[in-house]
Unconditional design. Structure first.
Length: 502
């Protein structure tokens, strides 16, 4: 059986092939090269003013090109990138045969988080220049990326106390065993165990002190800024929470923020940033129920931004025995500051304002509850009857509810808009953890490179598709012209052959 035979490895080539000839004209690394060369890296914050002493440094453009290429090809490790520089012909072309060591590569990402974020905003500006960001409908959400910190190395006061109690119990056992032991070798072993446990106790006491000084509910030892967060349902991880805002037109993210907190207090900050980036507040913002917080609705109102945030279900403790007597069926009168119940009774406030966990509120009740025939359907309270609480943010919450009910089709678009980047980055590329260690700023550099690459690929794909769509109406004409030219070429070849004597 015949097989395709390769070339002899020792065979030399009379006409050497340059790196330029080895790279296809349509190769994406040419776009990476053009993109980075178009940036003013010094203005973006990359260092280029190195001292003349010692060996020369690599230009920031070399390392930025390397990282963009690496992330585009799912290679984030600085050691793997170092290897690729020496064996990958595309990188040899892109970096002009330069091969930085892994420390240089790693330090560039670690030290340039702010500049990398500005590069991300440069991709956003490119998208806007091509009209790919409509700025009329946006969606926000968050996703969790696992940090370089195990659950074992994350502590709260309860966990520290559990370790201390265990150690104290073991020390007590060793003390009792030491008193009862007669063997010198056994005593020596017990003393060693006591010393070991006392050392561990000292370690946990130091952790307890750090935790109290930080004022935070938990502390991580490997990556101090990472926190133990709920990832989904009851599954938890030590992670970072990345907030993103995505434009609806082409699913292009135009903002991201690395945090270590949950979503409840994030919407206001992200909307403020969106208004600054887009230079307008004439857009509608979509968020899920995790962002349903009264103070955030007030912020959105102050910014003049329309929001559609999913309405969370009523907790079982707040539900009436008969759902038709739930609080949403009590009608509020703004002028008299009273509520009208389904039975026609008026609930009044005593004028006092009470302080809740994150907000202030008034209470509304009526003495008619005592004799109301529907009392057992309305409340389970045997003493006070029905008591309603009205938050200081209630009017903003009610306005959001009205908008959601009025625009159900608009809200349904949320998931398709904002989950698009997450599906690509986490599921398709496998980027579900942070590679950098220690501090949110370094984590932000890693996330920033993910979104830079996502935006570049998204922009290039859309522009190439638009180019094809532009040519589509003319495809039949192009085919006719091609066939005509082919026929002419064939006739010319035949005529030429006739003129040549045999």
């Amino acid at each position: 059986m015949k097989f395709i035979i390769g070339k002899d490895r020792k065979q030399t080539c009379l006409f050497p092939i340059s790196l330029e000839d080895s790279i296809d004209e349509e190769n994406s690394i040419r776009s990476i090269d053009q993109f980075v060369d178009s940036l003013d890296l010094a203005e973006l914050g990359f260092r280029s003013d190195f001292t003349e002493n010692g060996p020369p440094a690599y230009h920031p453009s070399v390392l930025l090109k390397l990282y963009i290429y690496g992330y585009m090809n799912r290679v984030r490790s600085s050691r793997l990138l170092e290897k690729e520089c020496k064996r990958n012909i595309e990188l040899m072309w892109l970096l002009e045969s330069l091969a930085p060591d892994h420390n240089t590569i790693s330090n560039f990402r670690k030290d340039n988080a702010k500049a990398i974020k500005k590069v991300f905003f440069a991709t956003v500006q490119i998208a806007r220049n091509f009209g790919l960001i409509g700025a009329t409908l946006i969606a926000g959400d968050s996703t969790k990326f696992r940090a370089q910190n195990s659950k074992k190395n994350n502590f709260n006061q309860k966990k520290i106390q559990r370790h201390l109690d265990y150690i104290d119990n073991k020390l007590l056992q060793y003390d009792n065993a030491l008193e009862q032991s007669d063997s010198n070798s056994e005593k020596e072993e017990i003393k060693n165990n006591i010393d070991k446990h006392q050392g561990r106790r000292k370690h946990y006491k130091q952790l307890e002190k750090k935790l109290k000084e930080s004022g935070e509910p938990q502390i991580s030892t490997s990556d101090p800024d990472s926190k133990h967060l709920i990832v989904r349902n009851n599954i938890t991880e030590v992670a970072y929470c990345v907030q993103t805002t995505v434009d609806a037109d082409n699913k292009i993210p135009f903002d991201y923020l690395v945090t270590n907190k949950n979503d409840s207090k994030a919407m206001g900050q992200m909307l403020r940033r969106a208004k600054t980036i887009l230079g307008s507040n004439s857009f509608t913002a979509l968020y899920d129920k995790g962002y349903h917080t009264g103070s955030e609705f007030r912020t959105a109102n102050q910014l003049g931004i329309k929001t559609l945030v999913a309405i969370p279900g009523i907790g079982r403790a707040s539900q009436a025995p008969d759902p038709s007597y739930n609080s949403e069926y009590f009608e509020y009168n703004k002028e008299s500051d009273t509520y009208l119940c389904p039975q026609g009774n008026i609930l009044k406030s005593n004028g006092s304002t009470y302080k809740g966990r994150n907000y202030r509120f008034k209470q509304y009740k009526t003495n008619k509850c005592k004799t109301c025939p529907a009392r057992d359907l309305c409340t389970t309270s045997k003493v006070n009857g029905k008591v309603l609480q009205r938050s200081e943010f209630q009017k903003y919450i009610e306005e959001n509810a009205r908008q959601v009910l009025k625009n159900p089709k608009a809200y349904k678009k949320r998931q398709a808009i904002v989950e698009h980047p997450y599906g690509t980055i986490k599921r398709q590329w496998g980027f579900n953890y942070i590679t950098t260690k220690k501090t949110k700023q370094r984590a932000s550099a890693d996330v920033g490179l993910m979104f830079i690459v996502y935006n570049l690929k998204r922009i290039w794909n859309i522009l190439n598709l638009k180019k094809l769509l532009f040519l589509k109406p003319y495809q039949d004409l192009i085919k006719i012209i091609y066939q005509l030219l082919s026929t002419i070429a064939l006739l010319l070849r035949r005529n030429t052959k006739k003129q040549i004597p045999i």
